[in-house]
Design a protein around this ligand. Structure first.
Ligand SMILES: C[S@@+](CC[C@H](N)C(=O)[O-])C[C@H]1O[C@@H](n2cnc3c(N)ncnc32)[C@H](O)[C@@H]1O
Length: 453
């Protein structure tokens, strides 16, 4: 498919063809989204790269599903029920749709807000000049600044890094205008992670250890390089450089969207608790989302250093984790007995998992029940004939292949959704994975399911 981009209905024929073929045999069809969307040659488009996040959605996927007028049209409203850092929201805004995003992780919501912000670029540039001036003044100052409560802070940072981060925090915290403050908080968050001793290859903080690898090993060299980078402690310089990059990215986004004609709203909450006064029922044309996988990513733990530095949560991080779908922490009293869903196929596999590992069976059961609640909510929010596009992967649980996509189709159809299309895309890279363990393995394929209400 190397036709030039021809506008909003570019993918119509291709999509109609895929759906026609799916109707014939109900077989998932293999596609490659990187090839399917040749319009995207540079992934650092608009604001997609303003901050890292685990398992970010491949931008070609929302691009494909938004650049047709079968599923939605310009001016329609698109919801991402698990918006993370806002990949879908950004693509929706660029394709001139209104977008609503929900995510339980306050860091993700902050990034998504900044990614789709329509704030004044000149104000950001002026604020950056003020910040540079303050950095100069603070360079020689011995003044001590407030350090928030960070678990094991000395394990994660050197004393000199803590000092500099606390100064930057002081400056950013004192920015009065919310949107400008959010913009610089995102950059500060990148610094909190980048200048910590956590291994950049792993999404959750794990202390980097060069001794783990033999002399001459490439991973040892990478670890040494990273530790030297931290030691240089050039955080101010990095902050300024990153700010300039993100301002230019935001400028690029604003130039590509009809700034005043589409709206983006983001809610930092549990999707299961969204009520009708926030998003009324029967109003959405399309939901496009990549939900969490069963025990594949620990979003709150992965964001923990930034969440603590930015003090983005009211109480402890565990309470945020408790609202996260796909979580893994439960007390033994709840998982001693087998819990069932009422779907025979699903309960058969839950029983097999239970016989090997009671905790894994309960994690999987809770995941499916909470996804069922999300699907029920989504069904209510959609207009009739509205579409729900979900990107999900399978994994291996307690040694069994767990066909998440099949089970979610079964659950969705029991709610009233009709399955219109199933696509498979092989994943070459899907952000940083957590440390592998024996009970939940790394996902290698993504399933894209299209439901219709
Ligand atoms: C696969 S990620 C989404 C990534 C996103 N598409 C992006 O490109 O950044 C799944 C997201 O679901 C969020 N999440 C988990 N449980 C949630 C819940 N109950 N309500 C809302 N969001 C939730 C996680 O915080 C995570 O950001």
């Amino acid at each position: 498919m190397n036709k030039k981009y021809e506008g909003i209905g570019f993918f119509n024929d291709f999509l109609l063809n895929l759906m026609k073929n799916y109707k014939k045999n109900s077989e998932p069809q293999i596609v490659n989204f990187r090839e399917l969307v040749p319009q995207i040659t540079n992934m650092d488009r608009h604001t997609h790269f303003i901050h890292a996040y685990p398992a970010k959605l491949l931008q070609q996927i929302p691009y494909f599903f938004l650049n047709n007028d079968i599923f939605s049209k310009e001016g329609d409203t698109i919801l991402d029920t698990f918006c993370g850092t806002g990949t879908v929201l950004l693509e929706a805004s660029i394709s001139n749709r209104n977008a609503i995003g929900v995510d339980v992780n306050p860091l993700a919501s902050l990034i998504a807000k900044t990614k789709t912000s329509k704030q004044s670029i000149t104000s950001l540039e002026n604020k950056l000049k003020d910040i540079q001036q303050l950095f100069k003044e603070y360079q020689s100052s011995k003044k001590k600044f407030y350090i928030p409560n960070i678990t094991n802070i000395n394990h994660w940072y050197s004393k000199q890094t803590i000092r500099k981060l606390s100064k930057i925090k002081h400056i950013v915290d004192n920015i009065e205008e919310t949107e400008i403050k959010n913009f610089f908080q995102v950059i500060f968050s990148t610094c909190c992670r980048k200048y910590s001793y956590s291994d950049p290859r792993i999404s959750v903080p794990v202390r980097i250890n060069e001794e783990k690898f033999p002399e001459g090993h490439s991973l040892r060299e990478a670890a040494t390089k990273h530790l030297n980078f931290i030691k240089k402690n050039e955080i101010y310089e990095f902050f300024i450089e990153q700010s300039k990059k993100n301002i230019s990215r935001l400028k690029n986004y604003q130039n590509s969207t009809m700034v005043n004609t589409n709206e983006v709203s983001i809610y930092n909450t549990d999707i299961k608790s969204i009520n009708e006064s926030v998003i009324p029922n029967d109003t959405l044309q399309m939901i496009l989302t990549s939900p969490p996988y069963v025990s594949a990513q620990k979003y709150i733990r992965a964001s923990s250093l930034s969440l603590q530095w930015l003090e983005l949560h009211d109480d402890n991080l565990a309470s945020l984790d408790k609202q996260s779908i796909g979580r893994e922490h439960f007390s033994p009293s709840v998982y001693k007995q087998l819990h069932v869903t009422g779907f025979n196929n699903i309960d058969d596999i839950l029983l097999k998992i239970y016989k090997k590992n009671k905790l894994r069976a309960y994690i999987t059961y809770t995941y499916l029940i909470e996804m069922q609640q999300t699907l029920q909510k989504s069904f209510k929010l959609l207009k009739s004939n509205g579409y729900f596009v979900m990107v999900i992967g399978n994994n291996t649980i307690a040694g069994y292949e767990f066909l998440t996509y099949k089970y979610l189709i079964e659950i969705a159809e029991s709610i009233g959704f009709k399955t219109e299309l199933v696509l498979i895309d092989d994943i070459k890279s899907r952000g940083l994975m957590t440390k592998r363990n024996k009970t939940a393995s790394v996902i290698s394929r993504e399933y894209i399911i299209v439901f219709k209400k």
